[in-house]
Design a protein around this ligand. Structure first.
Ligand code: IPD
Ligand code: CA
Ligand code: CA
Length: 259
């Protein structure tokens, strides 16, 4: 079986663990940063993914949110490296606000290669492989051709970094006046998939971990989106970064924040 299909199968199994969750509040601990929580399920799903994905590519290294891997190791740039967020949208998960997704990115020699994002609540899986297009439940998807003025935008609030709040909302106000309206899903990976599918035209967040955006970035790019940091510079895939991603339609105009 091709690597992408094997990763999708593992993501579907991980989704079953997420759906089996009960007493989430009781299984919740605080991490560092404002309102940053982790549940027993984040850890359980990550352990499951590490084990099953090692069967898919035994030679791969692993970067996972729940091992506190803030620092990027040079060996992640050689060969395969999985970049995993077991549950993206943990606050949603705790509050039963949907969605929460499993996000599995794969770097090859430091460059984004495969992305799989699975939402078990809706039974939706987005996936992409570099040069092979992006898919939603196996059907090819393309980003929107609409201009910014006729698009929705979504944003993440960088909730664990209070020093970024004021700028995040200044940019939101700016885009609110340049688009149809704003949405906030609570999952960066999901936001990138909605952009890839043509539902939104722009997404940004001032700080994300590598595991938040790697899988979604492959999916968005393969759907025709352009993804950079908030200043329009290329992403380096070697640690946390701001992210600004736009549809093919919006990429044709000047779309950087004007504040
Ligand atoms: C968070 C979500 C959220 C985004 C945060 C992320 P987590 O991931 O993607 O949408 O605003 O910046 O950290 O903590 O739920 O895995
Ligand atoms: Ca995340
Ligand atoms: Ca997470």
């Amino acid at each position: 079986m091709k690597i992408r299909k094997q990763i999708e199968a593992v993501a579907l199994e991980a989704g079953k663990i997420i759906l089996s969750a009960d007493s989430i509040q009781a299984a919740t601990d605080k991490k560092s940063g404002h309102a940053n929580f982790v549940t027993e399920y984040d850890k359980k799903v990550q352990e499951f993914l590490f084990e099953k994905l090692a069967d898919v590519l035994p030679e791969a290294s692993f970067v996972g949110e729940e091992e506190g891997a803030e620092s990027f190791r040079e060996d992640y740039r050689k060969g395969y490296a999985f970049v995993i967020d077991p549950i993206d949208g943990t606050t949603n998960f705790i509050k039963a606000y949907r969605p929460s997704v499993t996000s599995i990115g794969l770097l090859l020699d430091g460059k984004p290669y495969i992305g799989v994002v699975h939402n078990p609540y809706q039974g939706v899986t987005y996936s992409a492989e570099r040069g092979k297009g992006a898919y939603r439940n196996g059907i090819r998807i393309h980003s929107s051709k609409e201009p910014l003025s006729r698009s929705l935008f979504s944003m993440g609030t960088a909730p664990y970094y209070e020093e970024l709040t004021a700028r995040s909302f200044r940019i939101a106000e700016n885009y609110l006046h340049r688009t149809m309206d704003m949405r906030r899903s609570g999952s960066a990976a999901w936001d990138l998939c909605l952009l890839a599918e043509g539902i939104t035209g722009l997404y940004y967040e001032l700080r994300l971990g590598l595991w938040d955006f790697t899988a979604g970035a492959v999916i968005a790019e393969e759907a025709g989106c352009v993804i950079t940091d908030i200043d329009g510079k290329p992403l380096t895939y070697d640690g946390p970064s701001s992210v600004l991603a736009v549809s093919a339609g919006v990429a044709g105009e000047s779309y950087l924040p004007e504040v």
